[in-house]
Design a binder for this molecule. Structure first.
Ligand code: FES
Ligand code: FES
Length: 202
């Protein structure tokens, strides 16, 4: 950061507020904006870029509704400042959904009725995706523990955990099928016989 990227502006109360110009990538698109240094990432995404899929619930890092991915890491958008995303790659529910990367999870959520109002669902899907990339065979208890930072106020957790178990099962089956396919194509047996969860669309 250099002084040249900073600026100031007066708030409605007359207080001087510091601003900063940031450059980042959001869902694969280069973005450059001047933001208040105190603005949270989720507010920036929603208010400046119109990406309203990331929701604001508790605003205290508790409910997980504001979850987004920054440089591959799941973060709370309400605890991350927009200026902290300077130079980084941000992925939101819109980008991951449009690219089909959540298709297996979304289908499983639909089949298990794992949502009602849908307020928590974007955060649930991003957290479940992170779980599937990290752990190949989590038990039901481990899934519950991993998802415990995401609150749902209307569906209940049974259906959500059922949906994630289904998505994991399908993802593994698809991985096995992909592995068989490449073995046939190369006319040689697969040496590892495994495909990581991150290699298939979740
Ligand atoms: S709004 Fe960020 S964790 Fe609840
Ligand atoms: S579906 Fe309504 S809060 Fe989870």
């Amino acid at each position: 950061m250099t002084d040249s990227v900073f600026g100031t502006s007066a708030s409605a109360t007359g207080a001087v507020e510091q601003r900063m110009r940031i450059q980042l990538e959001v869902n694969g698109q280069r973005i450059e904006r001047e933001v208040l240094v105190r603005q949270h990432l989720v507010d920036f995404l929603r208010e400046e870029l119109g990406l309203t899929g990331s929701h604001l619930g508790c605003e205290h890092g508790v409910c997980g509704a504001c979850s987004v991915i920054v440089d591959g890491e799941l973060v709370r958008g309400c605890l991350t400042l927009a200026v902290q995303a300077q130079g980084k790659a941000v992925e939101t529910i819109e980008g991951l959904s449009d690219s089909g990367q959540l298709a297996i999870l979304q289908q499983a959520f639909l089949e298990h009725n794992a949502m009602q109002c849908g307020f928590c669902t974007p955060g649930m899907l991003l957290t479940a995706r992170a779980l599937m990339q990290e752990l190949l065979e989590p038990s039901r208890e481990v899934i519950r523990e991993y998802m415990s930072g995401n609150y749902c106020r209307c569906t209940g957790y049974q259906a959500i955990v059922d949906a994630i178990e289904t998505a994991i099962r399908r993802s593994k089956a698809l991985g096995a099928a992909n592995s068989l396919g490449s073995a046939k194509e190369s006319l040689a047996p697969s040496t590892s016989g495994t495909v990581s969860a991150s290699e298939v669309s979740l």
